[in-house]
Write a protein of this length. Structure first.
Length: 165
């Protein structure tokens, strides 16, 4: 199973509004001004320990090099990173019809975690599953784990039905 995360206001949050992971030491705190929501490294590790692939899927144009280096500083590795540029190249591919800024099912992502209502609405329209995380919440990671496990059970049951037929 694959699960993806948006960055802004999901994994990257404002320390004025949210609890965050400790700031990186100098000079890394200057190179990487984005702050991680508290519990992000533990959540990513817990998902990976369950055998899930964990991706970033963002409309941001932050580079893959920047994102890999920032998360490496926190001991986190993502299986894949889809940024705005990659989405345009692989999903939109010059189509005249404008597709949503995120289309997780194109990448066979089972659950996308995002803060935007528009992404949740697009999930219903385009057939992908979302979990909306948009407010400071001490149990946000627990809710993500619970939803990921729920969807994993659904997909396993669907796969078992397909194998029987």
């Amino acid at each position: 199973m694959r699960i993806s995360f948006d960055l802004d206001d999901v994994l990257f949050v404002s320390p004025e509004k949210y609890e965050t992971e400790p700031e990186l030491r100098f000079p890394y705190n200057r190179l990487f001004p984005d702050r991680l929501r508290k519990g992000t490294p533990e959540l990513i590790h817990a998902l990976q320990e369950r055998g899930y692939e964990v991706w970033i899927y963002t409309s941001s144009y932050r580079t893959e090099v920047y994102l890999k280096a920032l998360f490496r500083a926190y001991g986190v590795h993502f299986d894949q990173i889809v940024n705005g540029q990659r989405h345009e190249k692989e999903v939109q591919r010059g189509r005249k019809q404008l597709l949503p800024q995120k289309l997780p099912n194109f990448y066979h992502i089972s659950l996308h975690v995002d803060d935007e209502k528009a992404v949740e609405k697009n999930g219903r329209i385009f057939g992908f599953r979302t979990l909306q995380v948009f407010e400071p919440d001490e149990d946000w990671a627990g809710k993500v784990l619970k939803e990921a496990d729920r969807i994993d059970r659904i997909e396993q049951a669907e796969n078992a039905r397909e194998e029987r037929t």
